[in-house]
Design a protein around this ligand. Structure first.
Ligand SMILES: CC(C)(COP(=O)(O)OP(=O)(O)OC[C@H]1O[C@@H](n2cnc3c(N)ncnc32)[C@H](O)[C@@H]1OP(=O)(O)O)[C@@H](O)C(=O)NCCC(=O)NCCS
Length: 187
């Protein structure tokens, strides 16, 4: 899986991006990337990415078996971050949770889809059975993007989480199965 990277790809507008796994020395570049993410998007992200301590903890705890962070870079600058979160043990060990953020200047060029497709392939390689995305009701673009990629809304927990401004938000759970549907049994 690690041997898949680095690799290069072209976005819809011709921009060349390189894809590779995050390493500890990306800490500063990643912090700068999240500083560029619009405040209104940061409101809905699970972690407070405006704090250097948040990025520091990701770097300190870097463990590809637990969280696989895939970066997209243009001229050495981070423009996209997609992560696949796994549990080694327990009843969710067959699941991968996906999180994704794209630099606003690189949106709607197919980069989000490209990174999610990479995680789909990685997930299959790791024998995961299902990918899960958790969004708030406020993340309309993300909802559209993941549905476009074959994720389906599985549940909505009304007013279950609070955004960074303290407002209650619905938590929307999207899933995409990685295994082929089993053949129907004929009698
Ligand atoms: C959601 C997000 C990752 C999409 O990234 P992207 O690179 O723009 O996605 P793509 O260009 O691959 O678009 C894929 C599909 O999503 C849909 N889509 C993307 N942006 C959209 C928007 N603003 N409104 C409606 N649909 C949108 C389209 O159907 C698009 O397909 P098309 O271009 O073939 O029509 C990006 O908007 C983002 O980083 N948002 C903020 C962070 C966030 O909400 N992350 C999700 C939390 S896990």
């Amino acid at each position: 899986m690690i041997k898949r990277y680095p690799k290069r790809a072209k976005l819809r507008d011709g921009t060349q991006v390189s894809l590779r796994l995050m390493v500890k020395k990306d800490q500063h570049a990643l912090y700068e990337f999240f500083q560029r993410v619009p405040k209104e998007d940061r409101l809905f992200l699970r972690d407070d990415v405006s704090k250097p301590a948040t990025i520091q903890s990701w770097v300190d705890e870097l463990d590809y078996e637990r969280v696989l962070p895939l970066l997209a870079l243009v001229d050495g600058r981070v423009v996209g971050d997609a992560t696949l979160h796994r549990r080694r043990l327990g009843w969710t060990r067959h699941l991968g949770k996906v999180r994704l953020v794209i630099d606003s200047r690189y949106r709607q060029k197919g980069l989000g889809s490209l990174l999610v497709k990479e995680l789909l392939e990685i997930g299959k390689g790791l024998k995961l059975e299902r990918l899960v995305v958790e969004l708030t009701g406020g993340q309309q673009a993300a909802l559209a993007a993941f549905r476009h990629l074959g994720f389906e809304r599985a549940a909505v927990l009304y007013r279950h989480v609070k955004d960074r401004a303290g407002r209650p938000q619905d938590l929307v759970i999207l899933i995409r199965d990685l295994e082929e549907e089993p053949e129907p049994i004929s009698f």
